[in-house]
Design a protein around this ligand. Structure first.
Ligand code: NAP
Length: 606
């Protein structure tokens, strides 16, 4: 497109490629930015536009919906990159902006995760409801783009980001760059989205006569370790895990317990890594050698075949399947290819959208190896096979220690997942890596939480509800408060199946009760009597005390299972406020919302 053909003698506004034009959304977004820049360029003979007053900067709202802190961290990084490029940018939680304020903005970039069964994160729930719930203001003035974080293991992958994208577009906002849907290894996809967004934004900003600081428009490529707020973190990270030494591997459950929950102590000596109570530890596992051999046998491979590793290097198939690829849950591309190549049409029939339930039923309790055996007529080369797998992801575990109490150590509380299905022993990848195979070397990194923290004021009361391995961060909180000499009162609700075999850290908690550091310990052993007794039942039994603690300013924490426990505990909290506080249902809801707004109700659940 010749630039002169575009200059005209009369001032015109930049044309905008309409949605129905024959371009992909990403092409359309880039072209709109390009045209905006062209039409803003000085026309032949025209006086050069006066340089914008120094104070003029294009404002970009960077908004995040975050549960574990990843999106908040990425949003802050994005805002810092924008500031470095000359924009007026700041990261803000979606609980801090209303739609009528957003309607006055010109540019907004969203970084949002999806939680539970396709739900928005806690701090984005209100915004999500307002955006999609009808009665929202038009947003014709707004140009936006979305970076969605999710996990492809969940059916409603990146659902919250998709809802925001569709909702904003439906209200007239202009999508200037295609939404990015990031899986758990989000770094690369996020970086590509960030570069694409700024390539369009820079062109559009030029159209306003305000060139970003970096004239060539290229957004500075920040390695995670170089990200400003990450500057404090050291060389070791998710992209460069520290090979730590496993010091302790101790069973917490005993006797004939139905579970195998273990306590791990890992050395951080020499890593320079630090963490706060409330942070998580990322662990890179390896797959079970016996399962790798079964997969090789089913493939009719000897394991020496050269295949690509996810980073593009080459490795023998056995090593690649042990260290680099997920071989438990069968990913959709593998299902599709086996269905296409198998003489048995059963899988192809189950992949029909109308047969979703049949597919779900078949896949329940089955893994990659079962597919290879059940549909042996589908032949796959070693290279084809690994090309259909997902790269092996690190698993995140709530840290159960305080660095102040255990210098140079990080502790975990992990239930080893072991079960049998279709005549085959099954193992949780990382929980059994730690239990059985991590002899000596464990690749780890720290995943910082941006919100799950003990109160700033050590005198503030804490109420902690942590059934099962959900107790992990609260052991950390209690040790942390003891190490800092914090004087606030502490109440722990702990639940497991049976007191005799599943009372994790009983000795430690009893000692803390004895010296008064732990003010109250309420336990709920669900299978020690005929009826189920859960932590929420104990909450209701102690409603009056709980209400008094809340009125005294207590922070309320929940950690553990998201699908049922967290919801039931939330319901119990509302009930305590209604019954013991004498509030109406609506007023109790408002009270809980205020707790959340004041960061006094924090959850770390999945
Ligand atoms: P669990 O399965 O949660 O069981 C612990 C106790 O909770 C058992 O006594 C169980 O009773 C009881 N329970 C079951 N349903 C409940 C409900 N609706 N409300 C209250 N209590 C209930 O323990 P786990 O095996 O350690 O699993 C913990 C879960 O939390 C896992 O899904 C884990 O992934 C998650 N987790 C999350 C985090 C985090 O987000 N940071 C940290 C640790 C663990 P019965 O079994 O007798 O029904």
């Amino acid at each position: 497109m010749d630039k002169t053909s575009l200059t005209t003698s009369t001032p015109v506004s930049a044309p905008f490629i309409p949605d129905h034009a024959p371009f992909t959304p990403a092409q359309r977004a880039w072209l709109n930015g390009f045209l905006a820049a062209i039409f803003s360029a000085p026309r032949a003979g025209a006086a050069a536009p006066a340089p914008p007053p120094a104070a003029t900067k294009v404002k970009v709202c960077v908004l995040f919906g975050s549960e574990s802190g990843n999106c908040e961290a990425l949003a802050k990084r994005l805002a810092k990159v924008a500031q470095g490029k000359g924009y007026d940018a700041a990261a803000k939680g979606l609980d801090k902006i209303k739609l009528h304020d957003l309607a006055k903005e010109k540019y907004a970039l969203f970084v949002a995760s999806t939680f539970g069964d396709g739900e928005p994160p806690e701090n984005a729930k209100e915004f999500h409801a307002a955006l999609l719930g009808g009665g929202a203001p038009r947003l014709e003035n707004l140009s936006f783009s979305i970076c969605a974080l999710g996990d492809t293991n969940y059916e409603k992958f990146c659902q919250c980001g998709k809802d925001f994208d569709a909702g904003l577009h439906a209200l007239g906002a202009k999508r200037i760059f295609e939404r990015a849907d990031c899986n758990v290894d989000f770094e690369e996809t996020f970086q590509q989205w960030q570069e694409g967004v700024f390539s369009v934004l820079d062109a559009m900003a030029k159209s306003e006569g305000v060139a970003p600081a970096s004239a060539n428009g290229a957004s500075p490529k920040l390695e995670p370790e170089q990200a400003p707020e990450a500057a404090a973190t050291l060389a070791y990270s998710r992209k460069n895990p520290f090979l730590a030494t496993l010091l302790t591997n101790r069973k917490l459950t005993s006797g004939d317990s139905a579970k195998e929950t273990r306590h791990y102590e890992i050395s951080l000596e020499g890593s320079g890594l630090t963490y706060e109570a409330g942070d998580a530890l990322g662990v890179f596992p390896t797959n079970c050698p016996a399962l790798v051999e079964d997969v090789l046998r089913a493939l009719n491979c000897d394991g020496e075949e050269a295949v690509p590793a996810p980073d593009g290097s080459e490795a023998p198939l056995r090593i690649a399947l042990t260290r680099h690829y997920e071989i438990n849950k069968a990913p959709p591309p593998l299902l599709q290819t086996i269905a296409e190549r198998s003489a048995d049409k059963t899988l192809r029939d189950m992949l029909d959208p109308s047969a979703k339930d049949a597919l779900k039923h078949y896949l329940w309790g089955r893994e990659v190896v079962d597919l290879l055996v059940d549909f042996a007529s589908a032949k796959l080369s070693a290279v084809e096979f690994v090309g259909l797998l997902k790269s092996l992801q690190p698993r995140l575990y709530s840290i159960s220690s305080s660095l102040k109490a255990f210098p140079n150590q990080v502790h975990l509380t992990v239930a080893a997942v072991r079960y049998e299905s279709f005549g085959r022993k099954r193992k949780g990848v990382c929980s059994t890596f730690l239990a059985d195979r991590a002899n000596g070397a464990v690749p780890v990194f720290i995943q910082t939480s941006h919100s799950f923290r003990t109160p700033r004021d050590g005198g503030t009361p804490m109420i902690m509800v942590g059934p099962g391995t959900g107790v992990a961060p609260f052991r950390a909180f209690l040790h942390d408060r003891r190490a800092t000499g914090a004087k606030g009162v502490n109440w722990l609700f702990f639940g497991e199946q049976r007191a005799a075999t599943d009372f994790f850290y009983r000795d430690e908690f009893d000692a803390m009760l004895a010296d008064g550091h732990l003010t109250k310990l309420s336990t709920a052993f669900s299978r020690d009597q005929a009826e189920k007794v859960y932590v929420q039942h104990r909450m209701l039994e102690h409603a009056a005390d709980l209400w008094k603690w809340l009125q005294d300013g207590a922070h309320f924490y929940v950690c553990g299972d998201a699908t049922r426990m967290a919801k039931d505990v939330d319901a119990a909290l509302h009930s305590v406020i209604e019954t013991a506080g004498g509030l109406s249902r609506d007023d109790a809801e408002a009270y809980v919302q205020k707790l959340k707004t004041d960061k006094r109700y924090q959850r770390d659940v999945y």
